[in-house]
Design a protein around this ligand. Structure first.
Ligand code: NHR
Ligand code: GAR
Length: 206
């Protein structure tokens, strides 16, 4: 039977757009912000959208309960966090255990959390990138599915570095989701393997 993917966004939604344009079965896009630009793109593609506005709820538990209710209306097999900016409670993550992915704009386990590009520049790292991982209760610590590495170049700004990383995000996120769809992702002792042995690392200086 056809698998169903729900994507959670908070803003621009370019990763969601890359997933949709890859032909993956996105059945709904949900945002915690009514003004998220990505909602207009989803609507233009005829994909059902919903807003669960976090500021209307008294706390994280209440927000997550409302979010779960909206997600479950679409009966997804996979939940894809794509620039989703709210930390999720343990109970929410456990409800969707093994069924929720995130893309993080750094080479985990370096630079968990926010403002990753500014922190990478401040640290003087020469290599940076992005990571698709399974979501676990511990923030940005779930099993790594695929990473893309890019150089940090002399004269880079937060914006130029973010743009170089984002181009790779748009490549590796659809690839990771496609592996899941094909039933090729395995977890062995907390480490993700892809059946068929395709590389789980991409290097690029584009
Ligand atoms: N939730 C859990 N439990 N585990 C993860 O691995 C999660 C998660 C929720 C989101 C994405 C993550 C990222 O890729 C993600 C992974 C938001 C924050 C954050 O601090 C941190 C990491 C991520 C997403 N959010 C602030 C908060 O108080 C709000 C910031 C804002 O609204 O701009 O929730 O980076
Ligand atoms: C992406 O770079 C994504 O990795 C990052 O935000 C951007 C969202 O862009 N995610 C986070 O920082 C999660 N905390 P998009 O809305 O165009 O996909």
């Amino acid at each position: 039977m056809q698998k169903r993917i729900v994507v959670l966004i908070s803003g621009r939604g370019s990763n969601m757009q890359a997933v949709v344009e890859a032909g993956l079965p996105v059945v709904a896009v949900i945002s915690n912000r009514a003004d998220a630009a990505g909602l207009a793109y989803a609507r233009s593609r005829g994909i059902p959208t919903a807003v669960v506005a976090h500021e209307r709820y008294s706390g994280r538990e209440a927000f997550d309960a409302a979010l779960a209710e909206e997600i479950d209306r679409h009966a997804p097999d996979l939940i894809v966090l794509a620039g989703f900016m709210r930390i999720l409670t343990d109970a929410f993550v456990e409800r969707y255990a093994g069924r929720m992915m995130n893309i993080h704009p750094a080479l985990l386990p370096a630079f968990r959390g926010l403002n990753t590009h500014a922190r990478a520049l401040a640290a003087g790292v020469k290599i940076h990138g992005c990571t698709v991982h399974w979501v676990t209760p511990a923030l940005d610590e779930g099993p790594i599915i695929i990473q893309a590495a890019v150089p940090v170049c002399p004269g880079d700004t937060e914006e130029s570095l973010a743009a170089r990383v984002l181009r790779q995000e748009h490549i590796i996120y659809p690839r990771a989701i496609r592996w899941w769809l094909e039933g090729r992702l395995r977890l062995e002792n907390g480490v993700v393997r892809v059946e068929g042995g395709e590389p789980q690392l991409v290097y690029s200086d584009d």
